[in-house]
Design a binder for this molecule. Structure first.
Ligand code: 5GP
Length: 180
C-alpha cells in the first residue's frame, strides 16, 4: 500500500461532541415529525450511525447510493443512481445526511431528485463543509465543521477505500491535497 502522511485535524472527542450537539438540535426541531434520515453511501454511514443514536426521538433511516462521473476524486455533477431509497418519501420530513459537501454538485443532484418525490420538507445535515469549493448553491441547515480546502479522510471518508475506520478526521499530505 502507498505510504501516505496523515495529519489529524479534528480529534475524536470533538467529532463526538459535535455529533451529540447536532443530534440534540435535530431532535428538538423534528419532535413529533418522525423524520426519515437519508444517508448517502458509502461515506456517510459512520456519521449517520452515531448521529441517529443522538436523535432521541422516533425516526427512520434509509440509504441512497450514487456514482459521480468524472475523474476519481472530482465530482462532475453528472450522477448515476446505484441504489435508490426503499421508502416512499412523499409527504414526509426528510433529512439528507452527508459526510462532506465539497462542490455540492452530487448533493445538488440528489436534492433535486428527492424533491421531485414531493417530501413535506427536505433539509441537509453534513459533518464537514468545504465551502470554498462550492459550485452548486444548496441550502444546508446543519453543519458540523467548516474546513479548509484539503483532502480529508477518516470517520467514514476514504482514500481508495481505506481509512474509513479512523475515529477522527485527518488531512492528507500537502502534495495529495494540492492535487485535489
Ligand atoms: P461534491 O459533489 O460536493 O463535490 O463531492 C461529493 C463527494 O465527494 C463527497 O460525498 C465525498 O464522497 C467526496 N469528497 C469530497 N471531498 C472529499 C474529501 O476531502 N475527502 C474524501 N474522502 N472524499 C471527499
Amino acid at each position: 500500500m502507498e505510504k501516505i502522511e496523515l495529519k489529524k485535524i479534528i480529534p475524536q472527542w470533538k467529532v463526538k461532541s459535535k455529533v451529540k450537539k447536532l443530534g440534540r438540535k435535530i431532535a428538538k426541531d423534528y419532535k413529533d415529525k418522525n423524520p426519515i434520515l437519508v444517508g448517502i453511501l458509502k461515506g456517510s454511514f459512520v456519521f449517520l450511525s452515531d448521529l441517529m443514536r443522538q436523535i432521541k426521538i422516533p425516526h427512520e433511516v434509509d440509504f441512497i447510493s450514487v456514482a459521480s462521473y468524472g475523474s476519481e476524486k472530482k465530482a462532475s455533477g453528472v450522477v448515476r443512481l446505484l441504489k435508490d431509497l426503499s421508502s416512499n418519501i412523499e409527504g414526509r420530513d426528510v433529512i439528507i445526511v452527508e459526510d462532506i459537501v465539497d462542490t455540492g454538485l452530487t448533493l445538488n443532484y440528489i436534492r433535486q431528485n428527492l424533491l421531485t418525490r414531493k417530501p413535506k420538507s427536505l433539509e441537509i445535515v453534513t459533518l464537514l463543509d468545504k465551502k470554498q469549493r462550492r459550485k452548486a448553491k444548496i441550502p444546508i441547515k446543519y453543519i458540523g465543521f467548516r474546513i479548509a480546502n484539503n483532502f480529508v479522510v477518516g470517520y467514514g471518508l476514504d482514500y481508495n477505500e481505506n481509512y474509513r475506520n479512523l475515529p477522527y478526521i485527518a488531512k492528507m499530505d500537502e502534495k495529495k491535497s494540492k492535487a485535489w
